[in-house]
Design a protein around this ligand. Structure first.
Ligand SMILES: [Cu+2]
Length: 347
């Protein structure tokens, strides 16, 4: 299956760790299990949602900036979702809570090792890496953790499980044009903002945003996202819109079903009789042909067939004529069960 790493071209989110006045807004409740954020237009669900909510939420991870999708991380295909401050990865073979891991974005960004320090009595010294953690950064590190024991408060093992070890001393770095004192950890960058009142005097760097912005952008285009309604043979949206004739589109299809394979196929017609013929021919073409007929005359764009819990992003040019266009799932029986919707193309 082809998987595309599509990066939204310009995600500019101005947000500090001090989020007391910013309340996440429910965008929509298409799925009882989903929590959606109007701030970025993305939702969290399942284990990633549970992990996000249990281990610090907005101040620690930030808002989601991508859908959940498959990426290759260190040679391994993983289900991941990017947040402003980090990347959450699903590792279903691990026992909870290690079935969700925070990306090692600090270690990925600090490619030149820093020279180790001598222990200082007023600091916590980590002999494993040779760095001191002191003062307000130590306090902020200790204030968050991955809850391993169900007990209130965080042990040092729990702080370590969330942020990892320090991998730099306190250094001065230029962050968005501003010189700041920062310290790198395996999974985070702590930044000192001494003008802010506690607890906002130490903020976590926006490593998710920074990493995604550094990545190559697949293409400019209108982002569209569609999913499925749990284990029902239905898309989660009956209509998609906001696209002008001929515009390029980056469509992400999230098959959140744990049971069924699905695809998303855009037709060049709004005629249900033609859609029915395409569905029939697709079933006859079979899985080996991605449930697509040899004759693609009526097909504008299609994802591959996604197995359970897979995602894919495809790029295509929207139809040149304004109007309504059917999209269907061509996995046998799904169109007939109602798995279709309408893409509206504006002039
Ligand atoms: Cu389907």
């Amino acid at each position: 299956m082809n998987r595309f790493l599509v990066v939204l071209a310009s995600i500019s989110i101005v947000m500090l760790l001090g989020v007391g006045q910013i309340t996440p807004t429910a965008l929509s409740q298409t799925n009882a299990n989903e929590r959606c954020f109007a701030e970025t237009g993305y939702c969290i669900t399942g284990r990633i949602r549970a992990y996000w909510e249990q281990n610090g939420g907005l101040p620690v991870f930030g808002y989601p900036i991508t859908p959940q999708r498959t990426e290759t991380i260190e040679g391994q295909p993983l289900e991941v979702q990017w947040f402003e401050r980090n990347r959450l990865e699903l590792h279903p073979d691990n026992a909870a809570p290690y079935d969700v891991l925070l990306g090692r974005l600090g270690a990925e960004q600090v490619t030149q090792p820093f020279p180790a320090e001598d222990p200082r009595p007023e600091c916590r010294y980590f002999a494993q890496t040779g760095f001191n953690v002191c003062g307000d950064i130590l306090a902020a590190w200790q204030a968050n953790g991955l809850d391993l024991d169900g007990q209130p408060g965080f042990s040092e093992a729990e702080n370590l499980a969330l942020f990892g070890l320090p991998i730099s001393p306190l250094i001065t770095a230029e962050i968005e044009g501003q010189p700041l004192e920062v310290q790198w950890f395996e999974r985070a960058r702590f930044e000192r903002h001494p003008d802010n009142a506690p607890p906002f005097n130490v903020l976590l760097g926006l490593l998710g945003n920074e990493t995604l912005q550094d990545a190559p952008v697949a293409s400019e285009g209108v982002p569209l996202t569609i999913g499925v309604q749990g284990e029902d043979l239905l898309f989660d949206q009956n209509t998609l819109g906001g696209v002008q004739a001929g515009q390029s589109v980056n469509l992400t299809f999230n098959n959140i079903s744990a049971l069924y394979r699905h695809n998303w196929v855009l037709l060049n017609t709004n005629d249900q009789a033609i859609a029915s013929q395409v569905a029939q021919a697709s079933a006859e073409a079979g899985r080996a042909n991605e449930f697509l007929p040899a004759d693609r005359a009526n097909i504008v764009a299609a994802t591959t067939v996604l197995d359970a819990l897979e995602s894919e992003t495809i790029s295509f040019a929207a139809p040149a004529a304004p109007g309504q266009y059917l999209y269907i799932c061509t996995v046998p029986g799904h169109y007939a069960a109602g798995m279709y919707g309408t893409l509206i193309i504006d002039p």
